[in-house]
Design a protein around this ligand. Structure first.
Ligand code: SAM
Length: 249
């Protein structure tokens, strides 16, 4: 495992991960669906894939079992990377490499990946300019024809209960309470995604929207003791996400 250091933002996921968030959960449906739909295409391109913001590795089994030549998981949270490392050792996956670092400066070589997956992680940017820089970085790393598969927060139906606006339009905001306090999030609009594709050299394969109703998310008793009220306050509110698949031109 490679360590490229981490910033203070990265520590903010510690409490959730130490409290077991995502542990025991099956890989996310979106990842399984994408591996089924695009796995063969990606494997035919032949090369490594990268996973930005891999978290504690809930989706690792799905990537590993699809049979990609090499999977590079990146996350700046040390607990997440430790959990991934444990899963890699337990399952003896020979094709998984982990980088403890920031995907804004992944260090991955130009045209070195055939696909980049980013599930619920590219919203952690401080606004549209930084989003564009990150999209450009994704474009630099991918080979022509390579796929960028992302799920990001949308500006529709995002009912924030505890935040300070960073931008006037409210699309970029800072979380004010709870274990993620201080984290800046950006909610993308459909036009913004379309412009990002155009500006950073991608063909749009898919941009689709999903709205979901927040349900109870039980974590450890200690975590619920500390943050249960905050979490419960959000139950029943709606959250919107984009499914984005772009192909590098
Ligand atoms: C909401 S979690 C999602 C985890 C995982 N993708 C999943 O869906 O199970 C977001 C993850 O992105 C990571 N992250 C956020 N910004 C990052 C950055 N700039 N570089 C690396 N990791 C980042 C966090 O540490 C966290 O583990």
């Amino acid at each position: 495992m490679e360590n490229r250091g981490n910033g203070c933002q990265s520590k903010r996921f510690d409490e959730e991960y130490l409290a077991g968030k995502y542990e025991g959960k099956k890989p996310a449906k979106i990842v399984c669906d994408w591996n089924l739909e695009f796995g063969d295409y990606i494997k035919e391109l032949g090369g490594q894939i990268a996973v930005f913001g891999i978290g504690p590795g809930r989706n690792l089994p799905s990537y590993a079992e699809t049979g990609y030549a090499q999977i590079i998981g990146i996350d700046f949270n040390s607990v997440a990377i430790e959990r991934c490392q444990k899963k890699v050792e337990e399952n003896a996956w020979p094709n998984v490499e982990l980088i403890h670092g920031d995907w804004k400066k992944s260090g991955l070589k130009t045209k070195s990946c055939v696909a980049i997956f980013a599930i619920n992680t590219l919203q952690f940017v401080n606004g549209p300019e930084e989003a564009q820089t990150v999209w450009q970085e994704v474009g630099r790393i991918l080979v022509p024809g390579g796929l960028f598969l992302a799920r990001v927060n949308s500006d529709r139906f995002s009912e924030h209960t505890n935040h300070h606006n960073v931008s006037e339009d409210g699309k970029t905001y800072q979380i004010a309470e709870g274990s993620r306090k201080g984290i800046i999030k950006h909610c993308y609009s459909e036009d913004e995604l379309k412009n990002l594709a155009k500006k950073t050299g991608f063909e749009i394969v898919e941009i689709s929207h999903r709205t979901h109703l927040r349900t109870e998310n039980k974590l450890s008793p200690e975590y619920m003791e500390k943050y249960g009220d905050l979490i419960n306050k959000r139950v029943g509110t709606k959250s919107g996400k984009w499914r984005v698949v772009f192909k590098k031109i």
